[in-house]
Design a protein around this ligand. Structure first.
Ligand SMILES: Nc1ncnc2c1ncn2[C@@H]1O[C@H](COP(=O)(O)OP(=O)(O)OP(=O)(O)O)[C@@H](O)[C@H]1O
Length: 235
């Protein structure tokens, strides 16, 4: 029989706990969380408001540090790294999508995607222009590249944010309630886009959500309740 080598996970969380504050103000936001996320997985992170979803996303993507436990992100042990090194890994390998889009209002749609590519050193201006146009086209916004974010609908703004998050071709895409600020039909279209992109790019997608829309369509569902892992469909 051949030896089968288990592929390395995209992200490995071991015994993660996170507390905010001290004394009687202390909040235990995450309690002893263990999750292994495979490369290419499409994972929905569910749970009620305040259950710890954003805290977990911030920790697994190296934006915040755990109070205890270890995070391995694409073979990098994040606990040991300086803020500079963490920033470098995030910039290279992570695409982050926010509930409120976080676009720069004074820049055009095109520039919102173009400038991060140039300023983060992903490519030269010529390549960045080609990529910005390609990714805006792939989210259906080729005709709106000269508008400002304020002249777009919520769904269109989220599409710009998705193009921006994908344009440097990250291995891991994290989205914190990406449909939380959108109506049902628009949210459904954004989920379609994220699922399609996951299939095309084979990047790992981790999406937090309140809605059952995503739960029904994700490859794997994890539920957090009161900072604890309450359910994992992979177990
Ligand atoms: N910076 C902080 N300082 C103090 N407490 C915090 C901080 N960030 C989060 N918390 C607390 O940690 C707990 C988990 O918060 P978190 O934002 O991770 O939940 P969530 O599941 O993402 O909620 P929502 O769905 O409403 O965004 C909450 O009790 C919250 O008040």
């Amino acid at each position: 029989m051949k030896n089968r080598v288990k592929p390395l996970p995209a992200i490995l969380l071991s015994d993660i706990s996170k507390s905010f504050g001290a004394g009687e103000n202390r909040v235990d936001a995450l309690k002893n969380i263990n999750i292994e996320i495979a490369k290419g997985e499409f994972l929905a992170l569910c749970g009620p408001s305040g259950s710890g979803k954003s805290t977990l996303l911030n920790i697994l993507s190296g934006i915040d540090k755990p109070s205890a436990g270890t995070v391995i992100f694409l073979n990098n042990a994040l606990n040991d790294l300086s803020e500079n090194k963490l920033a470098h890994i995030r910039s290279k390998h992570l695409g982050f999508i926010f509930q409120f889009f976080n676009l720069i209002p004074v820049l055009s749609v095109f520039d919102n995607v173009f400038y991060p590519l140039v300023l983060n050193g992903h490519c030269d201006r010529k390549e960045a222009k080609a990529r910005a146009l390609h990714f805006l086209d792939s989210v259906g916004l080729a005709h709106l590249v000269d508008r400002k974010p304020g002249q777009l609908s919520g769904g269109q703004q989220q599409r710009v944010a998705i193009a921006r998050a994908l344009a440097h071709e990250p291995s891991v895409v994290v989205a914190d309630e990406p449909t939380g600020n959108l109506d049902l039909a628009t949210g459904e279209a954004i989920l379609d886009l994220l699922l399609k992109t996951n299939q095309q790019t084979k990047a790992t997608f981790i999406i937090s959500t309140h809605s059952s829309q995503l739960k029904d369509r994700a490859q794997r569902v994890i539920e957090i309740t009161d900072g604890e892992l309450a359910y994992d469909s992979a177990r």
